[in-house]
Design a protein around this ligand. Structure first.
Ligand code: CS2
Length: 457
């Protein structure tokens, strides 16, 4: 029955093809439910097409290219689903096609580069630095490829542009700037000067819960929409985008779609990273240790929800400003997490812990200790991770070798070695290590959890 349906395409669902003015690196579900959705809903959407490049594998580009870049956003609320075809991605490209990236970045009409490359991809990649030095070889990481493209833009004298990081990192614009400048040095000294003068790095806080798409979602879209979409994306109704920085070559009117432009982004970033993402990380490890699979299931367990509330009380003390509306934000989060129709898998959140906890637990733990308190709520986030990796040593992590080495140790030594992957100073503080260790024992593994699947982005 499904096989007889027409495949989604621009003839099945007529959508104008806007000219490419945005290049995206990291074509995945979140990019499609967030930046592509906001671009579609900008008042001037007709002028802004996205060319979106995959990361490590070509698959997502192949599936999307076969349907002219179109895909369905399934907006899943407590009460039901609604369906919308998004057409802002006008070109879906294999990330390994660096020649196409270079061509687009050298084009003057390209004005914005957005990134969802995962938190871990902002570290320095020595291999890529070497590839950038050699003219005949192409870099393999997203930022290496971006630097190649920026060099081409300089050579073509194609003018300034904005790079917009949409990854869950605090100060992500500056982190992106530093990472790009470090790699650009490998090409030539003139490139760093050109980037400093011509490329604006915009910081953003992004938010929309986007669980992995399942075969059931694909079947649902076929049934409800009457076409075959091999790449629908499921998302909660809530979405948020806060941006801070310049767009020297222009940008879509994302504010028409609800995006907010601010001068100082840090309080918004911290509110989202600590309250939403921090709670996610607690639920990911504590929840799986206690036998749960999804965010909604874990939150319904009083042991887990208590751990979240305690962490939120600590974090909230360091979130200043009335317009942050912390009580309302917390209440809204409980509702969003409790949406049981969204099967947001804890295993999806658990990956890349060493990068995530550095952003989600450490700032709150440090701030609490500086204020003379124990920081037990934040320490528990680290403790449940430490317990989790004891029984799941294969958890994907950019520092997996160091995690495995720490796992060879035992007791306080092991806890200190894991802490050192997050913050070397706190790892030397024996009171903190003892606290984390003690809290971890309360969540000692009771079950063998399954290995985490690959990264959905
Ligand atoms: C999650 C985020 O996987 C994770 O680490 O905490 O992907 C989270 O769902 C998004 O940031 C929500 O906007």
């Amino acid at each position: 029955m499904t096989a007889e349906l027409p495949r989604l395409s621009r003839s099945v669902s007529p959508a104008a093809t806007a000219p490419v003015r945005i290049v995206h690196l990291g074509l995945g579900a979140f990019h499609r439910s967030h930046q592509a959705w906001f671009t579609q809903h900008a008042g001037d959407a007709g002028e802004w097409g996205i060319a979106s490049f995959t990361g490590r594998r070509p698959d997502a580009a192949e599936v999307l290219a076969a349907q002219d870049g179109l895909f369905t956003v399934v907006e899943r609320s407590d009460s039901g689903d609604s369906f919308e075809v998004v057409g802002s991605i006008v070109e879906a490209v294999d990330g390994a096609n660096v020649a196409r990236l270079v061509e687009l970045l050298a084009a003057p009409q390209t004005a914005v580069v957005t990134l969802t490359i995962t938190e871990a991809a902002y570290g320095f990649a020595a291999d890529d630095a070497a590839l950038l030095r050699s003219a005949g070889q192409e870099p393999t990481t997203p930022l290496g490829r971006l630097v190649r493209g920026l060099a081409a833009r300089r050579d073509a004298d194609a003018g300034p542009l904005a790079v917009v990081s949409c990854d869950n990192l605090s100060d992500n614009g500056n982190v992106a700037r530093n990472a790009v400048l470090n790699l650009a040095k490998e090409v030539d000294a003139g490139l760093t000067a050109w980037i400093e003068a011509n490329v604006s790095f915009v910081s953003t806080s992004v938010d929309r819960i986007t669980p992995r798409t399942t075969p059931e979602d694909v079947a649902l879209v076929a049934r409800e929409c009457g076409y075959r979409d091999e790449a629908p994306v499921v998302a909660e109704p809530f979405r948020n985008w806060v941006l801070s920085g310049d767009f020297p070559a222009g940008r879509p009117r994302w504010e028409d779609a609800g995006a907010v432009f601010v001068d100082h982004i840090e309080p918004y970033e911290n509110r989202k990273l600590w309250l939403l993402n921090g709670a996610h990380s607690i639920l990911a490890y504590a929840g799986q240790l206690r036998g749960h699979t999804t965010v909604a299931e874990a939150l319904a367990d009083p042991v887990c929800s208590h751990a979240v509330e305690e962490f939120w009380d600590e974090a909230s003390r360091h979130l200043a400003g009335d317009d942050l509306r912390i009580p309302e934000y917390r209440a809204a989060l409980l509702e969003r997490f409790g949406n049981s129709r969204i099967a947001h898998h804890l295993a999806q959140i658990a990956m890349d812990a060493s990068t995530k906890l550095r952003m989600r637990a450490i700032p709150v733990l440090s701030a609490e200790r500086e204020s003379g308190r124990s920081g037990e709520g934040a320490a528990r986030m680290i403790a449940v991770w430490a317990s989790y990796v004891e029984s799941n040593p294969g958890l994907q992590d950019p520092q997996s070798v160091a995690v495995a080495e720490a796992n060879q140790l035992s007791g306080l030594e092991r806890t200190a070695a894991l802490m050192a992957l997050l913050d070397s100073e706190l790892a030397r503080d024996s009171a903190v290590v003892e606290l984390v260790h003690k809290l971890g024992r309360e969540f000692a593994p009771r079950m063998q959890a399954v290995a985490a699947p690959g990264n959905p982005r």
